[in-house]
Design a protein around this ligand. Sequence first.
Ligand SMILES: [Zn+2]
Length: 408
Amino acid sequence: MIALYHREPEQLDFAAEVLSCVPAGEGCFDVVLSDTAFYPTGGGQPCDLGELDGFPVEDVRKEGDIAPIVHRVRAPHVLRGTVRGRVDAARRLDHCQQHTGQHMLSHVLSERFDAYSLGLHIGREDAYVDLQGADAAPMTRELADELEDEVNRWIARDEPVRCLFPTEEELPLLPLRKKPDPHAELRIVCIGEKEAVACCGTHARSTGQVQAVRILSWQQSHGNLRLFFLAGLRALRWAYPRAEAAERAAQRFSCGAQDLLAAIERLQAQNATLAHRVSALTRAQAEAALRALQPIATAAGPLYAACLPGADASLLRECLGRLSSAPRAVCFLCAPPQEGGAAALGVGAGSPLHAGQALRALLQVFGGKGGGRADSAFGRCDSMDIPRAAAILTELCGGAVPIDTTEA
Ligand SMILES: [Zn+2]
């Protein structure tokens, strides 16, 4: 028997007899009915959900052509006799819109590129259709817009969608897009006068009910095209918040939404120029700070220790790179703790000091956290006293030595 969802697809509220109801674990029962308006998962389309006698229907499936349709119902007791079923209308409409939208996209691609539809998938977020042979026309946004436009004009014509169960004699008279697989109940879905294809899913009653179709993206590989799209309310709900966000962003740039991309590109270019200038200024600032620094002569080599007001991590890194390039130099620099307390310690080649260990030793005294490699270490200090830090590092460097002037 042809199920109610195919005979009367608009009827979402129905009564039926319970033929069987068996426990399915975790408070659920598997229920088979004398007839049903619930579409079972199949053909890439998820099942309908809803209620049976007020209890939630959590899954509907059909394993094979002649198998019964099984409703997984969460109920406190076995269901018997006549029950009332209600299909979730919003979910049904959504699936009908995605599914019919896919038929229309497939039809347009078939007409233009002789593409053959392999299958549909309707997910929670989006839907996609796999097509074979569409590689004849590499997909671009411009082409996607054209295809979308063609489908949307078809939607506006509000052509009827009909479902037929033709006899073998009637079948060759239909303009079939694909040769149908042999099937117990061959059902042909016709959209307007030109689209006809065997299909068991649920569909909109006319193209107008699809509302809109939007092609989101695509993947092309080995001659197959996977086209991601949205139809109906999903397409509108996808588009409107984005349009709103683009309008608001465009207001910030004092331009129209269509000029937003160019405005962002200009801003990115300005940003790159500014970053370049900031880095040049940082280098100059580092050089000025270093010229003012006097080293302490230690047994391990020259020691530099300074707190640089206004310094950030990048300036410290810049200074450290310059100072610790001198052989055996030890360099500790930080920003004032009230300015974030960025701290950096570096040692030059040949220094017996391990930068990571030396920084940790300092931070044990001044608080904060950090560490690093043998040649450089970075962190943040909670407090700082440069003379005391210099004394600790001098100790680690084997003590101070008189400045050797003989080389001058
Ligand atoms: Zn279909």
